[in-house]
Ligand binder design. Structure first.
Ligand code: RRO
Length: 315
């Protein structure tokens, strides 16, 4: 039930969202049909699977596993190539009154430049999320753990100003790294920062089989779900504190319920994305979580997310 006196609308990067809750790039957002299903749901925006210059099959299966605490994946960037996501932009935006965001994860800076230059010419793409944190391509490091490389990337994309560009970061675990990365980002025209991608190169084990649970990379993969919520909240909170006020922060990590969304918003997120929970519950999760958030806001006497966003109290 949508409660009319409790708004969960938000804005970031000049985009208007009726709901601050949408999908994370990854689960169920590779094909047009999957993106349409997100369009039809209560999600406030639609973001695509991270795309590369050319289509990719990704890593060998099994490459995804979940238990009651979360997930591990080593998908390896399976996607249909950026031109596919560009070609369906008009149809998707015509059908649904919500922003269509393309996630980009080219395999080199040169590839990213080609993709971004092309996407910039497409007026139906509301924003681009440049993924600097894929942990699962064999032989490729996560760009955002290589600070000089991040400077190179942000310098190269700075002149592209037709569509807002945000970046998706991996989790950081040290105050020095938060400070150094925020100081770099603050020098460039970045519209938003998404915190966080999966915690890279974790390991889940099947105790019966005494074996790893996914095939690629000896079983190592990106961890999502409950396992990562405290890390995600810490990253949202720190980046909100350290980034320029005009850079929005999108929270991602461990959101299953309206209460989890509330925590991310308290830490300063302007919107949130759902990954692992969307993977298991599919697109009906958005309505359920919106309802739970509205219920909590009503109980607390809040009318809009501005009433509590970023207002986490220090003990
Ligand atoms: O496709 C993947 O393996 C993947 C990507 Br691109 C990413 O950014 N994060 C993740 O956990 N998996």
């Amino acid at each position: 039930m949508i409660r009319s006196n409790v708004s969960v609308a938000t804005q970031f990067a000049g985009l208007q969202l009726q709901s601050c809750i949408y999908n994370a790039s990854g689960p169920w957002c590779t094909t047009k049909k999957e993106l349409m299903d997100i369009g039809q749901s209560a999600a406030g925006a639609i973001i695509t699977k991270s795309c590369t210059l050319l289509a990719r099959e990704g890593n060998p299966t099994p490459r995804y596993f979940e238990n009651n605490l979360g997930s591990i994946n080593s998908m390896g960037l399976p996607n249909k190539g950026y031109q596919y996501y560009q070609s369906i932009a008009e149809e998707i935006t015509a059908k649904f009154q919500k922003p269509y965001i393309v996630s980009v994860s080219g395999l080199s800076l040169e590839n990213n430049m080609r993709i971004l230059e092309s996407l910039q010419t497409q007026k139906n793409i509301a924003a681009i999320e440049l993924n600097l944190s894929c942990p699962n391509v064999v032989g490729k490091a996560q760009t955002a753990y290589d600070f000089p490389q991040v400077v190179k990337v942000l310098r190269a994309i700075a002149p592209l100003n037709k569509i807002p560009i945000g970046i998706k970061l991996p989790p950081y675990f040290d105050f020095i790294h938060f400070q150094e990365m925020a100081a770099i980002i603050n020098q460039y025209p970045i519209a938003f920062v998404t915190c966080v991608n999966s915690i890279g190169n974790g390991l889940l084990i099947d105790i019966e089989k005494e074996a790893v649970v996914i095939q690629p990379k000896g079983g190592f993969g990106g961890i999502g779900g409950d396992y990562i919520k405290p890390t995600a909240l810490a990253n949202v909170c720190k980046f909100r504190e350290l980034l320029r006020a005009d850079i929005s922060v999108i929270g991602c990590g461990g959101i299953k319920t309206g209460q989890d969304v509330f925590e991310h918003l308290l830490c300063g997120a302007d919107a949130v994305q759902i990954g692992t929970q969307f993977m298991s519950e599919k697109a009906t999760c958005f309505k359920r979580i919106v309802n739970e958030l509205q219920h909590l806001m009503q109980k607390k006497g809040y009318h809009s997310i501005a009433d509590f966003k970023g207002k986490l109290i220090q003990a």
